[in-house]
Design a protein around this ligand. Structure first.
Ligand SMILES: [Zn+2]
Length: 292
């Protein structure tokens, strides 16, 4: 049976925001990739819903003041993965003429440091939406500062402003759409769906946006770090973890990540769908012009 998406009139306007660059060793992501370190963007998106005049942001990228990440992340950025944040998401919002007070919701694809920026620059009325299970990363003894070695800061969000989406098995919140078993109609008019996208890390989600005339865009976050893997022409790198000696890949749950990629491949059989990854360096400049 072929995949279909609903016919809807409602749409959103997408605007790409530059939110810093990372230097990634692609051989840890793509099997057989060269050993060179590649400079890749971390993309954020502004999603404008004209009907309600609401603006939602997906991801906040890398912060300029890296010393204000948790000590473990700061150490990593000084010693292992370099970043270049000449322009952060706030510079990009200002360049695009979007005021912080006009952003009512920030949705996080996940809570890794290269997607969280500094949420505390938004005002007290902004809501921060995270995927199912992501809240646990910020609570309890495994988060910073209880655990000094944690990547996840229990003070990331101002108190009371985080909304964690319902568990994946809660069918009063999630419904199937196209190839995806769990999606949520964010504006309740079919223009923007949150898609549960497990695998990369707890709470990883994608957004599926109707940009008009039956054309759709899947903002796939870190579901993959290379479009070749999405299209099935390349393979995910699997390597030995030096600390544990066990096989490791870019995703915490490789089986779930592969399953989600299969679903994206199904979706891409529709010629009216495009997929954009947060760190795809192949088309950033074109996309930045196109979604200006
Ligand atoms: Zn990332």
């Amino acid at each position: 049976m072929s995949i279909t998406l609903p016919t809807v009139k409602a749409k959103v306007n997408l605007r790409l925001l530059s939110a810093g660059h990372l230097f990634l060793p692609m051989n840890l992501f793509v099997e057989g990739a060269d050993l060179a370190v590649h400079k890749v963007p971390t993309m954020s998106w502004a999603i404008e819903h004209q009907e309600t005049a609401r603006t939602v942001i997906l991801d906040l990228g890398v912060r300029k003041d890296i010393e204000n990440y948790t000590p473990a992340v700061h150490h990593r950025l000084r010693n292992i993965i370099k970043v270049d944040v000449e322009q952060d998401v706030y510079d990009s919002l200002s360049q695009r003429g979007i005021r912080l007070e006009d952003v009512d919701t920030v949705i996080f694809s996940h809570l890794h440091w290269d997607h969280i920026g500094n949420p505390r620059r938004f005002g007290p009325l902004t809501q921060f939406v995270v995927g199912p299970g992501a809240g646990n990363l910020l609570r309890g003894p495994q988060s910073y500062p209880s655990d000094h070695t944690s990547w996840f800061d229990s003070n990331l969000f101002p108190p009371g402003q985080m909304i964690e989406l319902a568990a994946a098995n809660d069918s009063s919140f999630w419904s199937p759409l196209g190839p995806f078993p769990e999606t949520h109609d964010f504006f309740d008019d079919g223009s923007l769906y949150i898609v549960n996208a497990p695998g990369h890390c707890p709470g990883h989600i994608n957004l599926l946006a109707h940009i008009g005339d039956g054309r759709w865009v899947l903002l796939a976050g870190d579901s993959s770090h290379d479009l070749g893997i999405v299209h099935g022409t390349k393979k995910m790198a699997i390597y030995r973890d030096e600390a544990t000696g066990l096989p490791k890949c870019a995703h915490q749950d490789r089986v779930a990540a592969e399953k989600h990629l299969e679903r994206i491949r199904e979706l891409l059989k529709m010629s009216t769908v495009e997929v954009f990854l947060a760190h795809d360096d192949s088309c950033f400049e074109q996309l930045y012009q196109r979604f200006g």
